[in-house]
Design a protein around this ligand. Structure first.
Ligand SMILES: [Zn+2]
Length: 158
């Protein structure tokens, strides 16, 4: 269930230590967006803006975040789309769908950060891709989503 059906965006340099529910914090400085989970569970969600992660569209009045936000590692497992400041509930994913998305994400990063075997559709080849030039928080290879977000938070909230 979605408690916060719209999000008011706020442009910030760095994120506050606690995120106000119903707000979407955008930091160009850190290239990321943060918000409290729209289900109201209180978890804080950071979505990094990179060519292979999320991107935003700012139309001067509202923010669209793409792709959807899937909080698979949280107890709530909420999944929603943030479009023009509105929060649209999306169907929960199965474990298989989550696993498939992680593989797709791994392939996309491997392709973007450029290793020769990265273009291979083989799943196995992406599991150990050394993304040398990627910032630490992007080394998502085979670590979990939560650990990745934690790493990211550790990096920006020191
Ligand atoms: Zn939640």
């Amino acid at each position: 269930m979605i408690k916060h059906k719209s999000l008011q965006h706020v442009f910030v340099d760095s994120f506050p230590s606690s995120l106000e529910p119903g707000k979407l914090y955008v930091s160009v400085e850190y290239g990321s967006v943060a918000h409290g989970c729209c289900c109201g569970c209180g978890e804080e969600i950071v979505t990094p803006l990179t060519p292979t992660d999320w991107h935003i569209v700012y139309d001067g009045e509202t923010i669209t975040l793409h792709p959807s936000v899937g909080n698979w590692t949280l107890a709530c497992r909420s999944h929603y789309i943030i479009r023009k400041g509105e929060v649209i509930e999306a169907p929960a994913w199965s474990d298989q769908q989550v696993a498939a998305e992680r593989r797709r994400d791994g392939r996309a990063k491997a392709a973007y950060f450029g290793t020769t075997q990265a273009a291979s559709p083989s799943i196995a080849s992406t599991a150990v891709t050394p993304e040398r030039d990627a910032p630490q928080y992007l080394l998502s290879g085979n670590i979990g989503w939560k650990a990745r977000i934690r790493r990211f938070w550790t990096k920006i909230f020191r």
